[in-house]
Each structure stands twice: as structure tokens, then as C-alpha cells.
Design a protein around this ligand. Structure first.
Ligand SMILES: Cc1ncc(C[n+]2csc(CCOP(=O)(O)OP(=O)(O)O)c2C)c(N)n1
Ligand SMILES: [Mg+2]
Length: 409
């Protein structure tokens, strides 16, 4: 069993929208009632020293495995929807590869690749409803895709020509947040607002394993728990925070942290798009039903570098990546689609053409963007200017002038 808190028994919010905190005991005694209403035993893997269990619906070989708790959340999925999930993942990966190449060609200043995390993002992103609100970090290109944000809009910030590039309220997809973990606070505040409005929308906040060590995230957990806020904390545990491995970040599997705050935590196979869809749907439904926050830990792997500025060969071995390539999220859904005759050669060929067209569109859009103004960063720091900022601008100008081809600008 994978749900780790008796907080799943929390009462519904009162009609007045007040947080129902009474009776929300967070004890560690055995049983808890699960998403589907069945009784289950609180997992004790860590205490017994066993490996934490994953919610998995598709094995790496693409075999569909039964799961009594979460099958219900994908029971009605059609072959067309399955192909849709596959298409989402393939196009997201293609976009990401194009952005990485554009950075290498000098068109972008930086890129944070999601390679390997497509299932975590597409599964969870497709679980959201239009009126839900998403608070991403800086790597959620697949979630942005699901929310209907045009991929070319994600690139301006990485080229240095704008501070965001999309209207968060058009798609209920907040701007990318680089200050690690801080968006979990924004998400919690927004979710508390939804409760006050008496609405039944939910919020999902994305963050990484490294972010889970931040005070902001702990504060978000505390506030969302006591206010019973309708928020899903979706942690993509890609096992690295730049060069810092997860084992240096936590003594317990990350999803188990939720228990101490009084709400359930679930570890899902982050390379299994079906499992991510099912678990996130469950968690969002809990939020809508007034049952408060959930922590979903999507256990995955960052196959690429942290960003294009990083060189992972300095801190990790190739074998690790190879082991995770065998668990590739796209490959496993393809195997399932083929084995179950849900997709034919024509589908894959058409998708390949669509993929190439997307790459071309992204390339052309970036090349049509203006060059960044290197001095824009010094603007809007203080309304009336500041001596220190002036000094830094002058220092930067001198540095720029030291490059023969820059001419100081
Ligand atoms: C508050 C803060 N501290 C430090 C950094 C520098 N920084 C950028 S990314 C990163 C690691 C984040 O790791 P994780 O949360 O696991 O996300 P991942 O990049 O692996 O998806 C750090 C420390 C930052 N951006 N913000
Ligand atoms: Mg990480």
C-alpha cells in the first residue's frame, strides 16, 4: 500500500468553507480509508526497512498491471485518449530537444530539459481540469503543453527577452518560478482563496526533490494542512538537485514527509503516464471534495543535465542513466499501445511528421525573437534608481567592453 496517512479520513469542509480540522488526527495507527473507499493498511515500508512501493499501472515492458486503489481512475480511458497521452509525450520531448539544440546554437541563454520526466508531467497535467490552477517551477514544459500554453511562449524567458511570456490567467498556468519552492506558498494561498470563494476548483504545485528541503515547502505543507486547502503537491523526484542526490536531502522517502503534516503522501512511478494520471486525478478529487492537500511523489529520473549550464558527468555515472533509459516513459506506452493494438504504423508515422513540424515552428519562432537587451536586468530594480545598481551596471559595461566583438553593448 502506498498511502501514508490516516489524514485521508479528514472531514469535508463545512458549508461556510471553513477548514475542517477537527478530527483530523494524524496518528500512525494501521488503517486508512483510501480513494476508492476500500480499507487499506498504512504503509510501513520505511519502518521495516523495505523498499518503498510505487503505484504502477504500466511496467517498463508496457504490460498493464492491476491496482485495486487506482485502476478506477483510468478505467474508462479510450484508445484515442491513450494515443493522445503518447502524442503529448512525444511532442513535448521533441520541443524539449529543439530548445536544447537552440541553446547550443546560441539562440537561448539557458534551457532546463525535462528529458525523462514526460510521463510525470503529461499524466498529472492531463488530470487537471480547466478551472484548476497550476503553479509550475521552471521545468514543467509538458504541463504547460497540457494547459494549452503555446510552447514558443516558454522560450522568451530563456532567451532573456521577457520575464515570462504568457498570461497566467489565460490558461491558469502561473509563470515559471526559479526561486526554489516558493511557488508552493503561492499555490497554498491561492487554494485557500478557492475555499473562501466556495468554489470546487483545485490547485497543483510542482516542485523538485531538492525543493522539498526548502522552508517554503514545509510552510506550505503546514498551512495547507491546517486550512484544509485544496492543493496537490506534485513533487517530481528526479533524484538530483543539480549535483546533490536525494539521499543527502532526506532520511525518509519524500512522500512519507506528508504524514508528519497530517495529510496523505503517495509515491507513484513517475515514468508511468497512466499511473501519474490516475494518482493525480485521485488527489485532485480529494482536494475538490474538501479533503485537503495530498503529496504526490513522482519517482522519476532526470536523464539530461540539470540545465544546459551543467555537466552531470562531474557527479554521476553513465550506468545510472542507462538503467533509467530502460524505463523510458515513451517507450513503455508505445509497447502497450502496440501490444494492445491501440495504435498502428500510420499513427506513429503521422506523429513523426507532426513532431518535425513542431521542431521547425519552434526554431523559426525563436529565430524571429529580438536579441536580448543585456542592460534590461538593471532596470526596474528600484523605482528611482540606486547607487549600487549604477555601480554594478558600470562594472558590467566594462566587462562587456572587454570583449572585442561586443563593443560594450
Ligand atoms: C531559493 C533558491 N536556492 C537555490 C537556487 C539555485 N538552484 C536552482 S535549481 C536548484 C536545484 C533544484 O533541484 P530540484 O528541486 O530537485 O529540481 P530539479 O531541478 O531537479 O527539477 C538550485 C539549488 C534557487 N534557484 N533558488
Ligand atoms: Mg531534482
Amino acid at each position: 500500500m502506498t498511502v501514508d496517512s490516516s489524514a485521508a479520513r479528514k472531514p469535508r469542509r463545512s458549508a461556510a468553507g471553513k477548514a475542517g480540522t477537527t478530527g483530523s488526527k494524524t496518528g500512525t495507527t494501521g488503517d486508512t480509508t483510501g480513494a476508492t473507499g476500500t480499507k487499506r493498511t498504512t504503509r510501513t515500508a520505511a519502518r521495516k526497512g523495505a523498499e518503498p512501493e510505487l503505484v504502477q499501472l504500466l511496467t517498463p515492458e508496457g504490460k498493464r498491471v492491476k491496482n485495486a486503489e487506482f485502476d478506477a481512475y483510468v478505467a474508462g480511458i479510450t484508445p484515442e485518449e491513450l494515443r493522445g497521452l503518447y502524442r503529448d509525450m512525444v511532442l513535448t520531448r521533441r520541443f524539449d530537444a529543439e530548445a536544447t539544440a537552440l541553446q547550443r546554437q546560441g539562440e537561448l541563454g539557458l534551457w532546463a530539459s525535462l528529458l525523462g520526466q514526460e510521463a510525470a508531467q503529461i499524466g498529472s497535467g492531463r488530470a487537471t481540469r480547466e478551472d484548476d490552477y497550476v503553479f509550475p517551477t521552471y521545468r514543467e514544459h509538458g504541463v504547460a503543453w497540457c494547459r494549452g500554453v503555446d510552447p514558443t511562449n516558454l522560450l522568451g524567458m530563456f532567451r532573456g527577452v521577457n520575464n515570462g511570456g504568457w498570461d497566467p490567467n489565460s490558461n491558469n498556468f502561473h509563470l515559471y518560478t526559479i526561486v526554489i519552492g516558493s511557488q508552493t506558498l503561492h499555490a497554498t494561498g491561492y487554494a485557500m482563496g478557492i475555499t473562501k470563494d466556495g468554489a470546487d476548483s483545485a490547485v497543483i504545485a510542482y516542485f523538485g526533490d531538492g525543493a522539498s528541503s526548502q522552508g517554503d515547502v514545509a510552510e506550505s505543507f503546514t498551512f495547507s494542512a491546517v486550512y484544509n486547502a485544496p492543493v496537490v503537491f506534485f513533487c517530481q523526484n528526479n533524484q538530483w538537485a543539480i549535483s546533490e542526490p536525494t539521499e543527502k536531502q532526506s532520511r525518509v522517502p519524500l512522500y512519507q514527509r506528508a504524514q508528519g503534516f497530517g495529510f496523505p503522501g503517495v509515491r507513484v512511478d513517475g515514468n508511468d503516464v497512466l499511473a501519474c494520471l490516475a494518482v493525480t486525478k485521485w488527489a485532485l478529487e480529494r482536494a475538490r471534495a474538501g479533503e485537503g492537500p495530498t503529496l504526490v511523489e513522482a519517482f522519476t529520473y532526470r536523464m539530461g543535465a540539470h540545465t544546459t549550464s551543467d555537466d552531470p558527468t562531474r557527479y554521476r555515472g553513465d550506468e545510472e542513466r542507462q538503467a533509467w533509459e530502460a524505463k523510458d516513459p515513451i517507450l513503455r506506452l508505445r509497447r502497450y499501445l502496440e501490444a494492445s493494438n491501440h495504435a498502428d504504423e500510420g499513427f506513429f508515422a503521422e506523429l513523426e511528421t507532426e513532431s518535425e513540424a513542431l521542431g521547425k515552428r519552434v526554431r523559426e519562432a525563436v529565430r524571429a525573437m529580438p536579441d536580448p537587451d543585456h542592460y534590461a536586468i538593471f532596470e526596474n530594480v528600484y523605482a528611482d534608481g540606486h547607487a549600487l545598481v549604477d555601480e554594478e551596471r558600470a562594472q558590467f559595461a566594462a566587462y562587456q567592453a572587454s570583449f572585442a566583438d561586443e563593443g560594450g553593448r
